[in-house]
Design a protein around this ligand. Structure first.
Ligand code: DAH
Length: 342
């Protein structure tokens, strides 16, 4: 008896092939695959067979039922897709050519974005990216970078002193000492981070802002290395060739010290409102690390030299995104943040 049933399989599959609608498919399921369907019932008939026949037939029935089920599911998926396509084609309320409604998405804060960009460029040149503490000692922030005891920056007005005698770092230079001690004497690192200054805020002053410090120390490091690295960083950030020039400048932690200007990335040096028609923007302070700074960190200045630089990431973001009020960066104003094209 089971041989005839097996021969029926071709016909069952042919019948399934003919199915055109979901209703027909439901009927097909009821007829063959449901609890009372013919294929299920066929399994029930096995009990009348001899044990040997039962084993062989049972295996075969299972294979066949499975084969029908697979075709059934394929058909089901096909009909479903066809129905959706029909709906898309015929429903006058659905316009598949219409642009999608953009869900509101989070974005990186512009300063985070710039920090990552700078980090990527420096990492590609072998620099470490170091994340330092915001709370530092007076020694780290001032003494260790050769800031004299009577320097006005130590004044109560400029520094947020904590009750434990420590302070919120006023400059990323505060991390130089720790990094030199930890990774020196041969080290290249940048250390972007938040700085604090105890001052009144206005459109161009914030009590909290971001700087990025950099340092390269080793044997035979010279001003030529400094110029090359700064040129590479700046050209990478702005995606075009940037020229740099040095002017003498005073910072206690460097000797000689410089103010570094960059050719204006916004007008290419022709003169615009960002560079105040000069073709150059003041970019950062830098110089050859003072022997005292090296010595205090246990690096012998007779043997090793290095350069350091420190620029304002917040200031860079203001120029880059034409933001005229620095307070907006800390404002949590989502409309402002979303409006910035990174
Ligand atoms: N720390 C300085 C500031 O906050 C910036 C600076 C200048 C850093 C010269 C340096 C440097 O490393 O060499 O204004």
């Amino acid at each position: 008896m089971w041989h005839t049933e097996i021969c029926m399989i071709d016909e069952i599959l042919k019948e399934l092939e003919q199915v055109q609608t979901e209703n027909d498919l439901t009927a097909f399921h009821k007829n063959y695959l449901s609890k009372t369907g013919k294929l299920t019932m066929m399994m029930a008939g096995l009990k009348d067979l001899s044990p040997e026949q039962r084993a062989e037939a049972g295996k075969r029935y299972n294979e066949l039922k499975r084969a029908v089920e697979i075709e059934f599911f394929k058909k089901q998926a096909f009909l479903k897709e066809q129905a959706v396509n029909e709906k898309l084609k015929n429903d006058p309320l659905i316009d598949i050519t219409r642009p999608a409604i953009n869900e509101l998405q989070g974005t990186l804060h512009p300063i985070t974005h710039l920090t990552r960009k700078v980090s990527e460029i420096c990492r590609s040149m072998g620099f470490l990216i170091v994340d330092g503490n915001e709370v530092v000692t007076e020694f780290e922030n001032f003494d260790a970078v050769n800031v004299p005891a009577d320097h006005p920056a130590r004044d109560m007005q400029d520094t947020f002193w904590l009750t434990n005698g420590k302070l919120l770092k006023t400059q990323t230079s505060a991390l130089q000492h720790e990094i030199l001690k930890k990774y020196g004497p041969v080290v290249s690192a940048i250390f972007p981070g938040r700085c604090y200054r105890n001052e009144a805020t206005d459109a161009s002053h914030e009590f909290s802002f971001f700087q990025c410090e950099g340092m390269m120390v080793g044997k035979d490091i010279s001003i030529a290395n400094l110029i090359y690295i700064m040129k590479t960083i700046l050209s990478g950030i702005y995606g075009k060739e940037i020229e740099v020039r040095l002017r003498p400048g005073y910072f206690p932690f460097v000797e000689p010290g410089f103010e570094l200007d960059a050719s204006c990335p916004f007008c290419g040096g022709k003169g615009c409102s960002v560079c105040k028609q000069s073709g150059w923007i003041e970019f950062c302070g830098c110089g050859m690390i003072h022997g005292n700074v090296l010595k205090m960190a246990g690096v012998n200045p007779e043997e090793y030299q290095g350069f350091a630089f420190g620029f304002g990431l917040t200031r860079m973001a203001m120029m880059q995104y034409a933001v005229n009020d620095v307070r907006l960066f800390n404002s949590g104003n989502l409309e402002f943040l979303r409006g910035i094209k990174r």
